[in-house]
Design a protein around this ligand. Structure first.
Ligand SMILES: [Zn+2]
Ligand SMILES: [Zn+2]
Length: 399
């Protein structure tokens, strides 16, 4: 079963939706026009729409053939959730095509216009055919890029209000051929935490360091020592990154300052590894600062958790993707990405899988978050067909 015929027939319409969304990008939690557009479309397909969660989320509920329907026998009230993100990025677009961003400084540089469109296309097909037994919840989630709209929706009761059994996500992936997909049986995207360190010493004359407690020297020692967390404290088979990305201190050439400031990020795939990193960093920061006569304050800023696919769900997602793309087109052995994704919060609540849909190789190297990036419209029928196939597999009718 390749692309659904009916979905192939709506490819032009989907392209128009996608171009409209691309031309009207909105930032995190401000996707009001986007939400209006999506809600109106869903309503026009006869889908029940819920709004108000996480400020700008749009949720559609599509019911399949009922237990009394002659075609299907109910296997129980199964509910599946499909999620697309809808926000844009604060990047001035450098493209000049007709559907370029109409809003200065904001563009869809991550393809969330395409994600929303693929889910909308699938919703239209599912509402027309209802060739499944159970309920499909289509989740148009705001604020993936900034602010964790996925977490806000979970906190506001997404899974209580819509009791889904499983939840599924998808991202377009430039760098992977069109017609291929990657699905990991575990970690797919990393956790992205931040940290801030304030080192306080005692400033003084640079020519008389013996009268000071030099926070610059302590910061230098600390930056070196922090790299020992990954290389000496973690299992070599675990993957993680600790990067110091800012270091500020001092104001002139002949004064040792009172303090320095260090900032950075930690990326990892398992919460246990994250706990080790945080714990070891706390020890090292305290003791290295003390060793240099300084004191330190350490602030850990929790970001998105790791995005972990359920292994069995990943296998089922792979089967659905193989139905559309062909059995040789699915890669389940690719390493995860050190990027992060707030769909992680939904996968903490329910089993499911997040797949990467190959988006090809942009000629000008315009990858995700690049000012020249544009979602590849070839993917629209593929992604929508994947969603439809996944639903029909997960909520299959018993003849
Ligand atoms: Zn992004
Ligand atoms: Zn994205």
């Amino acid at each position: 079963m390749p692309v659904h015929n009916r979905i192939a027939q709506q490819a032009d319409e989907m392209r128009q939706w996608r171009h409209y969304l691309h031309a009207h990008p909105e930032l995190a939690f401000e996707e009001h026009n986007t939400a209006d557009f999506l809600a109106k479309k869903l309503e026009s397909f006869g889908i029940e729409v819920h709004r108000g969660m996480a400020k700008t989320a749009v949720i559609g509920v599509i019911k399949g053939k009922s237990a009394n329907d002659t075609i299907g026998i109910s296997k129980g009230a199964r509910v599946i959730g499909l999620r697309a993100d809808i926000d844009a990025l604060p990047i001035p677009e450098e493209n000049q095509f007709e559907h370029k961003s109409g809003t200065d400084g904001i563009m869809h540089a991550c393809g969330h216009d395409g994600h929303a469109t693929m889910l909308l296309g699938a919703a239209k097909y599912l509402a027309e055919t209802r060739n499944f037994d159970g309920t499909v919840v289509v989740i148009f989630q705001p604020a993936e890029e900034h602010g964790g709209g996925g977490k806000v929706m979970c906190d506001e009761g997404l899974f209580e209000q819509f009791p889904m059994d499983t939840v599924w996500g998808m991202h377009n992936w430039p760098g992977i051929d069109v017609g291929r997909a990657v699905i990991q049986r575990g970690a797919s995207m990393a956790a992205a935490d931040g940290f801030e360190i304030h080192i306080t010493g005692r400033g003084g004359h640079a020519a008389m360091p013996n009268n000071t407690a030099d926070p610059i020297y302590a910061a230098a020692a600390l930056i070196q020592s922090l790299q020992s967390v990954v290389s000496r404290n973690l299992d070599p088979l675990d993957q993680a990154v600790v990067s110091v990305t800012q270091c500020h201190g001092g104001f002139t050439h002949n004064v040792i300052p009172d303090d320095t400031f260090i900032e950075g990020t930690a990326r990892y795939f398992s919460p246990a590894v994250g706990a080790i990193i945080k714990d070891r960093m706390a020890h090292i920061i305290e003791h290295v600062a003390t060793a240099h006569g300084c004191s330190a304050q350490f602030k850990w800023i929790e970001g998105y958790p790791p995005t972990i696919n359920d292994a069995a769900a990943a296998d089922r997602a792979a089967q659905a993707a193989a139905d559309v793309l062909g059995s040789g087109s699915i890669d389940m052995d690719a390493p995860p990405s050190m990027g992060s994704e707030d769909f992680a919060y939904m996968l903490q609540q329910r089993p499911g899988a997040y797949i990467w849909l190959g988006a090809g190789h942009p000629g000008d190297g315009a990858m995700l978050h690049n000012a020249k990036y544009d979602f590849n419209d070839e993917l629209l029928p593929l992604g929508a067909s994947y969603w439809a196939t996944l639903v029909e597999r997960e909520l299959g009718l018993i003849e």
